[in-house]
Design a protein around this ligand. Structure first.
Ligand code: SAT
Ligand code: MN
Length: 608
């Protein structure tokens, strides 16, 4: 079949000839039965969810429990991002740097073109125009995802601004839009029955940063397939931001409101399993303080006309980890999903058509687990996959900040870096300045939890929580952070803090209660910015003593809090070789001298 004869190819709603030509090329290459241009309407949602229910991919949940909501179970071989199959195909190998997989762009394109040839046979090819961030931005960040997965289309409707509203922007965009090509790689021969979760064992998640393209093949899950998220909003956007002088970061955006009704915006980066989504929807325990959510995963930060750094959340929904989410850890996430219009993937199903996961309230005696098997408390296996997810609209969040959709973004006062460390890292440390804060982010570390493969407790470096998401050389990324600081008025830059909610005592007990009590740490950060709180100057930065924080009514042992705030010089000296090892991995050729200088200065202050 030639492009022009694949039904639907000629129904392009856009006048952007580059889009039309690309869609024709892919239709000709992948050979779908038809092409459908998505409009993002409710009618389209109904058609696609009805189709997926019929196909056995999703189940409609009990509308009395979760209206207009669905349950999907993926194939057991397609449950998470695949970092070993993720590639940054920059022109040079150095461009991708030592922390990314690299294949030359021409070679990758040749390999994947062969895979895409006929890969959509027997299926529908959907064209999804989408916009990351508000559509009324001066320079809207557009993309077009081509996909042969209906599950991806309905997920994109929750997670991005997509469909007809984006078309006029695309018409005017020239070539400023990202090509995001996705195929599950499961063509259907005539008469062949489909499976509930078609995918391919052979997976590629490839990025071409110079030409702003994403090619994904073989997976239908999460960040592998919803290409607006990690692929565009982090990997490709970080490369764009590097060229244009801004920051695309793996950060939540939180608004804090003081008893005096003054608003402060905080961006924060944490590796997985450190409570990032919970912090994004924090319920402060300090009387008079409130918090609202702007974003839970990604922040794009650009300088405003006033010289301050403004953050936009490029997403439209939350793609949150379900296990551990409950009315105590994250009541606002619970209230968001309760309203319905959500998609749940790889959680468990209750007998009355609702969803359940480990950590959720209730004591179910019978479930259908994520593999479709009967489950009872005796099963000895979790009913939900540890990476099971809820996909739900941000607009439903009861504490969403009214300005969450403001194209100008929100002015950031503080940036938090954090990890999970039993020892060494105090509850909170304020960086001496932006460059020192960049060093803190560059050496961020976290202990592995049981959820991931590897030795539990092993300390891993995850710079700015961006290790799998930096779309170029990690050393250049650090240099870019330093340059962003240099380009600004130091007084107007956010202050940088390093936090650790997870420090433990000798017997393994947690020294800090965490969750809503973390608002006490945030309050201290805000008071530092306002010049109202004191701190001790230590070799690693400014750390408060217990009496410098608001601990009124805190249900915690005073000695434990003091211990959580201790700077133990011996422990820090033991950290030095670990940082050295990490910098060796980056390579002295890549590591900017300013970051090396910060390290040498730290060693000096520690007498190491
Ligand atoms: O699968 S996603 O990349 O979207 C989510 C995650 O892994 O953090
Ligand atoms: Mn994330």
């Amino acid at each position: 079949m030639t492009a022009a004869t694949v039904p639907g190819t000629d129904h392009a709603p856009t006048t952007n000839q580059g889009v039309v030509t690309w869609v024709q090329e892919i239709a000709e290459l992948a050979g779908p039965d038809r092409v459908v241009w998505c409009d993002g309407s409710e009618g389209e949602w109904t058609r696609l969810t009805d189709y997926l229910v019929e196909a056995g991919t999703i189940k409609r949940l009990n509308p009395e429990k979760k209206p207009n909501s669905f349950y999907a179970a993926s194939d057991a071989g397609d449950v998470a991002r695949v970092e070993e199959r993720t590639f940054i195909c920059s022109e040079t190998e150095r461009g991708a740097g030592p922390t990314n997989n690299w294949v030359a762009p021409a070679e990758m394109k040749a390999t994947m073109t062969d895979l895409y040839r006929g890969s959509m046979r027997g299926r529908t090819m959907y064209v999804v125009p989408f916009c990351m961030g508000p559509t009324d931005a001066d320079d809207p960040m557009l993309g077009v995802e081509i996909t042969d997965s209906e599950y991806v289309v309905i997920s994109m409707k929750i997670m991005t601004r997509m469909g007809s509203d984006v078309v006029p922007l695309l018409d005017a965009a020239g070539d400023r839009w990202v090509k995001a090509l996705h195929s599950i790689g499961a063509p259907l021969e005539p008469g062949q029955a489909d499976v509930p979760w078609p995918h391919n064992e052979n997976k590629y998640i490839s990025h071409f940063p110079e030409t702003r393209e994403i090619w994904s093949y073989g997976s239908g899950y999460g960040g592998n397939a919803l290409l607006g998220k990690k692929c565009y909003a982090l990997r490709i956007a970080s490369a764009i931001a590097h060229d244009e002088g801004w920051l695309a970061e793996h950060m939540l955006i939180l608004k804090l409101i003081s008893p005096e009704e003054k608003a402060y915006y905080v961006a924060a980066a944490f590796p997985s399993a450190c409570g990032k989504t919970n912090l994004a929807m924090l319920q402060p325990t300090i009387p008079g303080w409130r918090a609202e959510t702007v974003g839970d995963d990604i922040a794009w930060m650009r300088f405003g006309k006033d010289g301050r750094l403004y953050a936009v959340n490029p997403e439209f929904g939350f793609f949150g980890v379900a296990p551990g989410t409950n009315w105590k850890t994250n009541p606002n996430a619970m209230r968001t999903i309760e309203q319905g219009n959500s998609l749940f993937t790889n959680v468990a199903l209750t007998d009355d058509g609702d969803v359940w996961w480990e950590g959720l309230e209730g004591d179910p005696q019978h479930l259908t687990d994520w593999k479709g098997r009967d489950w009872t408390p005796e099963s000895g296996e979790p009913a939900a996959h540890p990476n099971s997810r809820y996909t739900t609209p941000i607009s439903q969040c009861p504490v969403v900040a009214p300005e969450w959709d403001d194209p100008n973004g929100v002015p950031i006062s503080a940036i938090l870096f954090g990890g999970r460390r039993k020892t060494t890292v105090p509850l909170v440390t304020e960086a001496r300045d932006w460059k020192h804060g960049t060093f803190m982010g560059a050496t961020m570390s976290s202990e592995k939890t049981a959820a991931a493969a590897g030795t539990v407790g092993e300390v891993r470096r995850d710079p700015m929580a961006m290790l799998p998401f930096i779309g170029y050389n990690v050393g250049d990324y650090f240099a870019h952070w330093v340059d962003v600081g240099k380009s600004a008025d130091a007084e107007k830059l956010p202050k940088i803090f390093y936090v650790n909610w997870f420090r433990r005592g000798d017997d393994g007990r947690m020294l800090w209660p965490g969750f809503g009590e973390n608002s006490r740490v945030l309050k201290w950060c805000i008071e530092r910015m306002e010049g109202k709180a004191a701190a001790a100057e230590t070799p690693i930065g400014f750390v408060p003593t217990s009496d410098q924080m608001d601990l009124d009514g805190l249900d915690a042992d005073a000695d434990d809090v003091a211990a959580a705030l201790t700077v133990d010089v011996d422990e820090w000296r033991q950290e030095i070789p670990l940082i050295e090892e990490w910098f060796a991995k980056i390579g002295e050729d890549n590591l900017p001298s300013s970051i090396r200088d910060e390290f040498e200065a730290l060693k000096q202050r520690l007498g190491a």
